[in-house]
Design a protein around this ligand. Structure first.
Ligand SMILES: C[S@@+](CC[C@H](N)C(=O)[O-])C[C@H]1O[C@@H](n2cnc3c(N)ncnc32)[C@H](O)[C@@H]1O
Length: 272
């Protein structure tokens, strides 16, 4: 069933890019420059409404988090939630002064947009066809260490340079249940080879799902691709679960856990 567009979607989305429709491919190799600090960069692919990315960014200020989502309705919800959460968090934080965003393009919520100049993008590049290749592909900046991208990412190498990422999160990825659709699964070996190229040696991937079939398929793909499984559970939220990943719940995870469904989880490392 086709999802109905949120009323005024485009106008609402524009509030979160400061009027700059920056194509994510232009930031390949220089993602860190759009954040307040240059620090290890983590990608969440298919972030949905963004709860996971926002809570990881709050809990780990020493990481930069980039959350990618292709669906425009979900992207807007993620941006709204993250901005609200940051502003609330920031005003209740008793540190005296707030870190000033490095860019001038302040948005109404007190968050900021990516500055192409600060990112080292030349005007000539902005005028080239890469600047806004389609309606959907756009970078949105929200808080000092969390940024969002609206695009369906098919090849990670289009947007990331070799070894640019420290880790990748895949949460409740679409299962694509038919055998002929297997190559679309984000844990298919085709994607894994791409992740290997953009992750630094020793980087890792964390994967959560409620879908047992997708989980078994993924574990097989991890093994076949030579990845080392360093954490594995078929019930992430069982009492006494030792896994830190259990602390950061996605919207889907909350819903399925509340229904009593077990959450499958696995963390794999890409050898150096
Ligand atoms: C089943 S939802 C899960 C959302 C969220 N991770 C959660 O756990 O609540 C999967 C999401 O991934 C997005 N998605 C799937 N493939 C994607 C891709 N290649 N690039 C960006 N987003 C993608 C879909 O649009 C959808 O919103």
């Amino acid at each position: 069933m086709r999802q109905r567009r949120i009323k005024g979607l485009e106008e609402k989305l524009r509030r979160y890019n400061g009027g700059v429709e920056l194509d994510p491919r232009l930031l390949k190799g220089r993602w860190n420059r759009i954040f307040v600090k240059e620090q290890p960069l983590y990608l969440e692919l298919g972030c949905g409404k963004g709860q996971f990315a926002s809570s990881v960014a709050d809990a780990r200020p020493e990481h930069n988090i980039l959350a990618v989502e292709g669906n425009r309705n979900a992207m807007l919800r993620a941006l709204q939630k993250a901005a609200r959460r940051y502003v609330d968090y920031d005003t209740t934080r008793q540190t005296g002064s707030r870190e000033t965003p490095p860019f001038e393009m302040l948005l109404p919520e007190g968050v900021f947009a990516a500055d192409p100049e600060k990112a080292g993008i030349e005007t000539v590049e902005l005028e080239a066809p890469l600047y806004k290749t389609s309606e959907a592909d756009c970078v949105y900046c929200v808080t000092p260490n969390l940024s969002f991208v609206n695009m369906y990412l098919r090849h990670v190498e289009d947007c990331f340079a070799e070894q640019e990422l420290e880790g990748i999160y895949l949460n409740f990825s679409d299962p694509w249940p038919k055998a002929r659709q297997a190559s679309r699964r984000l844990t298919h070996r085709g994607f894994l080879e791409g992740y290997r190229r953009v992750l630094r040696p020793g980087g890792y991937l964390e994967f959560k799902t409620d879908n047992e079939g997708l989980f078994r398929f993924s574990v097989e793909e991890f093994r076949e691709t030579g990845l080392e499984i360093i954490e594995y559970t078929e019930d992430l939220h069982a009492p006494g679960s030792p896994y830190r990943s259990a602390a950061f719940m996605t919207e889907y995870e909350q819903k399925f856990s509340a229904e009593g469904k077990p959450i499958f989880y696995c963390k794999v490392q890409f050898p150096g």
